[in-house]
Write a protein that binds this ligand. Sequence first.
Ligand SMILES: Cc1cc2nc3c(=O)[nH]c(=O)nc-3n(C[C@H](O)[C@H](O)[C@H](O)COP(=O)(O)OP(=O)(O)OC[C@H]3O[C@@H](n4cnc5c(N)ncnc54)[C@H](O)[C@@H]3O)c2cc1C
Length: 496
Amino acid sequence: MNHPSTIIIGAGISGLSAGIHALQNGFDTLILEQAAKPGGVAATWKRKGYQIDGGIHFHMGQRPGTKSYELYRQLGLHIGLDYQPLDTYLRFIDQTSGRFFDVNKDLKQLSAKADVMFPKDTRFTRRFFRQAAKFKNIDLEMEAAPELTDLKSNVKSVWGLGRAIRFMGPTYNQAIKDYAMDLNSSWLRWIFNHLFLPEVPVWFVLMLLGLFSSNQLHTCVQGSLGFTNALVKRFCELDGKIRYNASVQEIITAGDRVKGVRLANGEELKANRVITACDGLSVFYGMLGGNFMNKGSFERHHKWPLFKPVVMVSLGLMADTRELPKFMALRPDSAITAGNINDSGLMIRFTPNQVQGQDQNQTVLTVMAETDWDYWAALRGDPHAYDKEKHKVCEQVIRICEKQWPKLLSGIEMTDVTTPITTWRYTKNHQGAHEGFLPTPQAVRAQIPRTLPGLKGLVMAGQWVQPGGGVVPCLSSGRTAVKIICKDLGKRFVTV
Ligand SMILES: Cc1cc2nc3c(=O)[nH]c(=O)nc-3n(C[C@H](O)[C@H](O)[C@H](O)COP(=O)(O)OP(=O)(O)OC[C@H]3O[C@@H](n4cnc5c(N)ncnc54)[C@H](O)[C@@H]3O)c2cc1C
């Protein structure tokens, strides 16, 4: 090939998307991945005959004709994968009172249900669900890199909000926890805080509910594994190369140009261009030796809050759970005293076991709870104490789940616990922040430059330049990186 050779750091979904687009534009491309397999945080693993999906819950914007659907099509993500619309966004359970609240698709019905359950907050809930309906059929567009857009189109294009731009005022651009603060019902307040994360802006949650109610939130039947494999397949069909267990230690520069990378084993690989699709702080401090950090990137990496890392407890159950909603948020009736866990809300996921195709008689129940990096980092030095703590968390989570689903829990065949240290070990995301920066009102709309002043040939992709991460934003960031390279070369960007 006569084209410049391109190295991509990271075989998560952003790196794979960048790789596919790079190949489609004629760049000889190599992906380097420090782990033994692709996917990054979109991770799956096997335990005792069960396959645990510790990654993507749902896919946004899966409707033919939308920009996000078109992105999936360009990447071959419509071939061999089945997407099923979500019926219940979340079931909220208050374990103490036994009450539950299902968020179903019909927003009018939902509003009427809220009238009955939360009579003192009807003014609030009615307005909220009415506003969510305005986000129906929104077309997600994530091309927000300053390198490709001018100021005017930037403002419009973030999250493709277009006509919903009026929701950017103080009411809907505040964190949902602040917006819901004055609700009379504390149970409803808890529900609002767990519709996504308490820190996200209200408009973001309205958008999610709008998409959900217009059949644009789907689960992928083949799970994170099938999804990642489809990207790898596409990349390899286009003649792309991936090397696993290849940890990049340094990006080699000479003057103002990137020259290649050096691996942890000392090997040097030359390249005219490098796309980083991995942890941001490692890029700045590890790979570039702190040399190209400007005020903006310093501010972000030192001051912006990160996604809170999680403990994930997975249980392999001999049970058919198809009748249950796939995702639930549980407010437990007793505290979890191990693992420094924030037990105010446990996120629960039911997945049919996938080890040999889908087995409807076996289920993986995964409980995700926020915790704290420092706590687990301190335990890491003492393997015995670390394992003991994992065991304690597991026991307490089982106890809570047994109380909730006694019949289901009678047949536990497998248990598995991951901690923020596990996330870090397999993906190198700083402090186990599995989705990078916390999508606060400030962060989620920020347009982070993908190139660095004073360094030619380097473009950044992935969740550390697309705050809050997410499948569509990350896939899009890979495409954006290649568009920037094409623009730089004066070459027309093409896609299939
Ligand atoms: C539990 C969970 C649920 C989620 N649910 C959803 C959802 O429902 N909907 C949604 O849209 N999004 C969801 N997401 C978010 C989405 O999955 C992520 O934002 C996205 O997968 C991040 O991809 P990435 O490629 O940018 O980063 P990563 O997945 O972190 O990939 C980075 C890759 O770089 C590699 N790497 C790091 N350092 C080096 C190095 N020095 N050398 C070589 N390789 C290196 C890592 O090993 C990793 O493979 C979820 C994420 C998680 C964890």
